[in-house]
Ligand binder design. Structure first.
Ligand SMILES: [Zn+2]
Length: 116
């Protein structure tokens, strides 16, 4: 499962952040996940809750996921717009297909709460 390897990568990252901050425990993690990242958030939370138990420093961490909407910028009229649809659509303002994906594919750790 794809989400397990993502969760393991997150654990590594969180351990590093905790060490850098001399933290005793990580209590909360806020993630930003793009709609188009291909990550199933429920699976990721499930995977994280399972793998965190192997790390006392992370075992009580709760995870909060913020979904990042799909945003496009039009290269013709320079307007930006948000959409629920999949790619390969046209600009709602001028109809152009020269669109640039601005957000919606990312997945990153936005914020980490720790106990020092
Ligand atoms: Zn346009």
């Amino acid at each position: 499962m794809h989400e397990v390897s993502i969760a393991l990568g997150m654990i590594d990252e969180l351990m590093r952040i905790a060490r850098d901050n001399n933290a005793k425990k990580v209590t909360g993690v806020k993630l930003k996940i793009g709609k188009m990242s291909g990550i199933v958030t429920d699976s990721l939370m499930f995977a994280f809750d399972a793998v965190k138990l192997e790390h006392p420093m992370l075992s009580s961490a709760t995870i909060l996921i913020e979904e990042v909407p799909l945003m496009y910028g039009c290269e013709k009229c320079n307007k930006t717009f948000e959409t629920e649809n999949l790619p390969f659509q046209s600009c709602p303002f001028c109809g152009s297909y020269s669109l640039k994906l601005l957000s919606g594919e990312e997945m990153h750790i936005e914020n980490v709460e720790v106990d020092v």
